[in-house]
Every structure is written in structure tokens, then in C-alpha cells.
Design a protein around this ligand. Structure first.
Ligand SMILES: Nc1ncnc2c1ncn2[C@@H]1O[C@H](COP(=O)(O)OP(=O)(O)OP(=O)(O)O)[C@@H](O)[C@H]1O
Length: 309
């Protein structure tokens, strides 16, 4: 991959006797938002904690900007910003005090701190609240400060764990836009279990289930799993499944009840029309014809069950 910022090779991790992550390989390029999807317990946090250098893996290697995280953690971590799900905000600090503290922690050079804090304040739209106590910020603005602390040292790679959790719809849109904007000149890995989140913000998706990567590709490739479309049809006097299957454009027949069928089809309107015409001319007693387009949730469920790999 061109301009790779993160490279994960044969990553495995076990807690006590249980493997949480098994033999994961992926790369992330240097710009844009990548979504890390997975259901509860899938291994997202374990993977993110290892990539951020918070947890040491049992096996495998992680390279950040070409630097091996295990061998050279201090140098590698200069390139990483992390916003955990539970923000480590000190409620009695003002926004500026907090970001100054974070810049120190992130080893920003003393004389650069003021400038770095100013840039993060502006970039995240919180400059006008610089003197406000964190406890007095709304959830959306606290989240902005969380993102500001993750970019204060200008890292090339930022990891955000469920960044829109608990926000109202307006705040979600604002934080999402901010994430897109900070990803213009860096890579962002965003962990979430919300599909609309990845659709709205990500150019690429990685999905982990039971500790293994079950999908890795562009949002378009992911959306392809919505295909093939299906038609649900109810027929009072249905023919044999084979007869339905022979209709041009019909690819599969799944019998739901003696009278109801889910037909995989090529997505062409004409196929649905052909099916309706055949029902009428053969007197199959057409009661219902409904075109289904799998929701992203259905895709998610399908991938989760690893029917598709
Ligand atoms: N410290 C730990 N000790 C033992 N097992 C753990 C530990 N942390 C996680 N696990 C187990 O490892 C597996 C992966 O957990 P992980 O937290 O990485 O999943 P996740 O995808 O982040 O889930 P969630 O969205 O619920 O946080 C789970 O089976 C979990 O129970």
C-alpha cells in the first residue's frame, strides 16, 4: 500500500488462556477515516489498545510510520493520538489548561506548546471556550476537547474509540464533520458498532469478529454485500422451486413457508416484472411481491455470523 502509516502483521493476543485476537493483518494509509467495526467482545479494544501501545501483544508486529511499536515505543507513539471511549478529562481544568497538560504529556517541545494548543483549539472549534472549565462544557464540546487532546502533538495517526457515543443528533453531525476534517491530513481509525457512522464518515472498513478480520475493504465493497437484492413473493398455488429458479434473472430460491419464497435476483426491475407476469399467466395466485434490499444491519449480521468472508 502506498503511504502506509500503520502496518499490522500476524497480530495475536491472549488474555490468560483465551485468544482475544488471532492472526490479524492489515495496513492503513496515511489519510482518511477507517472504520473498525465489530460486535461486543469481537476484539476491537484489544486491537486498538495494542496499536496505541497501551497493551503489549502476545504475537506479531505493529509498525507506526515504519517504526516498530514494540521495539521503539516512545518514537512510535509520537505519531499516535488516542481518544478512549471514556475521556480522561480533568473536570476542574479549563480547556486550555487541559490541552497544555496533554501537550506536555505528549512531549511537545516546551517552546512549541502554546502554538500547538492554539492550533488544536482552533482546529476543533473550541478556542472560544478556552477559559471554560471542562465540567461546564456540553457533551459535544467535551468530545471536541477529547479530539483536540488526541491531535495536540500533531500525530500522523489518530485512534478514536466510539467518538459519537452519547451525543445528540446535532452534536453527532458536528463531531462527524470534525473527524472528517482532521482526517484530511492524517489517518483516523474510528471504532464503532454503528453502521450509519461508518457509512457517513469512513472511506474504508475493517471488521473484526471473534478476534479475526472478517472484512477489509472500501465502503463501496462493503455496500456490495447488500447485493444481491431479494424479492419476497407469496403464491397461493406455487410451482416447484425449480420452476421459479428458471425465470430469467432469478438466482436462488429460498422457501420461507409452503407459500412464501425469498428469491435472490439480479436487481433488474424487469426480473420482478417477469416474475409477476409468470405468476399471472401460470395462475400461481400472486398474493404478495416485495422487493427487499438488505439493510446494512443485515449485512453486519451476515458478516458477524461469518457466512461471508
Ligand atoms: N483484560 C482482559 N482479561 C481477559 N479477557 C479479556 C480482557 N479484555 C478483554 N477480554 C476478552 O477478550 C475478548 C475481546 O475483547 P475486546 O474488549 O477487545 O472486544 P471489543 O470488540 O472491544 O468489545 P466491546 O465493544 O464490548 O468493548 C472478549 O472475549 C473479552 O471478554
Amino acid at each position: 500500500m502506498e503511504n502506509t502509516i500503520v502496518k499490522v502483521e500476524n497480530l495475536s493476543h491472549r488474555y490468560a488462556s483465551q485468544w482475544a485476537v488471532r492472526d490479524i493483518n492489515f495496513e492503513i494509509s496515511s489519510q482518511g477515516v477507517v472504520g473498525l467495526l465489530g460486535s461486543n467482545g469481537a476484539g476491537k479494544s484489544t486491537t486498538m489498545n495494542i496499536i496505541c501501545g497501551v497493551l503489549k501483544q502476545s504475537k506479531g508486529e505493529v509498525y507506526i510510520n515504519g517504526i516498530n511499536l514494540k521495539d521503539n515505543p516512545v518514537e512510535a507513539k509520537r505519531n499516535i493520538g488516542f481518544m478512549p471511549q471514556k475521556l480522561p478529562l480533568y473536570q476542574d481544568f479549563t480547556v486550555e489548561e487541559y490541552l497544555t497538560y496533554c501537550a506536555d504529556l505528549r512531549m511537545v517541545e516546551k517552546k512549541q506548546v502554546k502554538k500547538a494548543v492554539q492550533e488544536a483549539l482552533e482546529r476543533c472549534g473550541v478556542a472560544h471556550f478556552r477559559d471554560r472549565l471542562l465540567r461546564n462544557l456540553s457533551g459535544g464540546y467535551q468530545q471536541r476537547v477529547g479530539i483536540a487532546q488526541a491531535i495536540v502533538h500533531n500525530p500522523k495517526f489518530v485512534v478514536l474509540d466510539e467518538p459519537t457515543n452519547g451525543l445528540d443528533p446535532n452534536q453527532i453531525v458536528e463531531v462527524r464533520n470534525l473527524i472528517k476534517q482532521i482526517a484530511v491530513d492524517r489517518a483516523v481509525l474510528l471504532s464503532t458498532h454503528i453502521l450509519t457512522e461508518v457509512q457517513a464518515a469512513c472511506r474504508e472498513i475493517k471488521m473484526i469478529e471473534e478476534g479475526q478480520m472478517v472484512f477489509s475493504g472500501s465502503i463501496e465493497m462493503f455496500n456490495n454485500y447488500i447485493e444481491p437484492n431479494t424479492i419476497v413473493v407469496t403464491l397461493d398455488s406455487p410451482p416447484l422451486n425449480e420452476v421459479l429458479q428458471q425465470i430469467e434473472g432469478i438466482r436462488s430460491v429460498e422457501q420461507l413457508t409452503p407459500y412464501r419464497f425469498r428469491l435472490g435476483y439480479d436487481g433488474e426491475k424487469k426480473t420482478a416484472q417477469r416474475l409477476a407476469n409468470a405468476s399471472v399467466s401460470n395462475e400461481w395466485g400472486l398474493m404478495e411481491l416485495m422487493i427487499e434490499k438488505s439493510s446494512l444491519d443485515a449485512v453486519f449480521a451476515r458478516l458477524s455470523k461469518k457466512q461471508i468472508k
